[in-house]
Design a protein around this ligand. Sequence first.
Ligand code: S3P
Length: 436
Amino acid sequence: MRQRFRIQPSTRVEGHIGVPGDKSVSHRALMLGAIAEGTSHVTGFLPGEDCLATMAAVRAMGIEVVQHDATTIDVAGQGLQGLRAAGRALDMGNSGTAMRLFMGLLAAQPFATELFGDASLSRRPMERVAEPLRRMGARVDTTNGTPPVRIAGGSKLRGISFDMPVASAQVKSAVLLAGLYAGGETSVSEPAVTRDHTERMLARLGYPVQRSGSTVTIAGGGRLVGGPIAVPGDLSSAAFMVLAGCLASAGELVVDRVGLNPTRTGILRILELMGADLRIEESPGGVGEPVGRLIVRPCRLRGIDVPPELVPLAIDEFPVIFVAAALAGGETVVRGASELRHKETDRIRVMADGLRTLGIEVEELPDGARIRGGRFRSGTVDSAGDHRVAMSFAVGASRAEGPVTILDTANVATSYPGFAAEARGIGLDVVVTGDE
Ligand code: S3P
């Protein structure tokens, strides 16, 4: 039997927790650490399956990564020219970030690489990265637009000015990583603000990055110098617990040392617009990435029209937002979020199906949804193997009229190993059954 969650209703959410390290920052710590000169000591690393796929790939290309404990690693960087051919195709697992960022990083290497992934990743669009890389002179082939991806290697790249058609931090990062190896300047302009972890980490490791309005520019041929990298807690993981704290009828939840990068905090702004009782305390001294603590108390959420400019700043949190909307008073409308159809699953479709199964009225729109708030009834929801869908329904199910089962939950380990135990620790009744 595949892994599933079984959730019984509960009312109180309380505790003082941290959340696992940020997935986006952990991937970048490995990749940029690998091409820096000298060792990068990384603390707070996320030992989730996605980042472990990146770790395995970096090691396969000759980089020594010493894991002192689950979350503390040393990456022995060999400089921009230090990667070696892996001698085999590299498995990116479920991770779109790993695949897209490696496409950029590997486009200019002197060796060829093949990248593949699991069934979900094998359906996701890769031409959005391949196309600008080809414009830079790389030879990159996708399989009808999707993985496996083959990079010929040995190409001499030239800088480009790229007007990114979709707001995607992965595409931006891939082009910038290729730009490290390109002749001249590489600029990326984004149609809306996306997460800037790559730019921040490049700058932190000593690589000059210019930002002007919505454009980021780097010049090829510089160097990165390894150093300490403190990975903050993942706000995208904290979001499930914050939702639990909002939906509870008693208690108070504190989430400590969580990343508060303003390109990621859309979820907090959206929950606040919905009436969440949320205190955000930024701590002084966050290096590279702002960090702080969140204090959440129960509240009555209300439906809103989600402001379109907040969509890219909350792009991974829409499963959480859909559940919040389903249990809020009144109607919530999400528009301008068609990118959700290209995540680990088509998140508009999978969330709408799951919400309907639990008795919620949802109108699916091409680029979002219209959700009428109500109450979850008992039932069985298929997460379709999407980690964030599974965790969002698990939290919402704590407020259902009766028990809820969520199917196909093993992929929660891609981003939040230990989620069910942590959820039980703050008062939710989540039991894991089937294969781990
Ligand atoms: C990520 C960027 C986002 C996000 C993903 C991680 C990153 O994807 O959904 O989980 O680390 O750059 P897009 O940039 O494609 O929207």
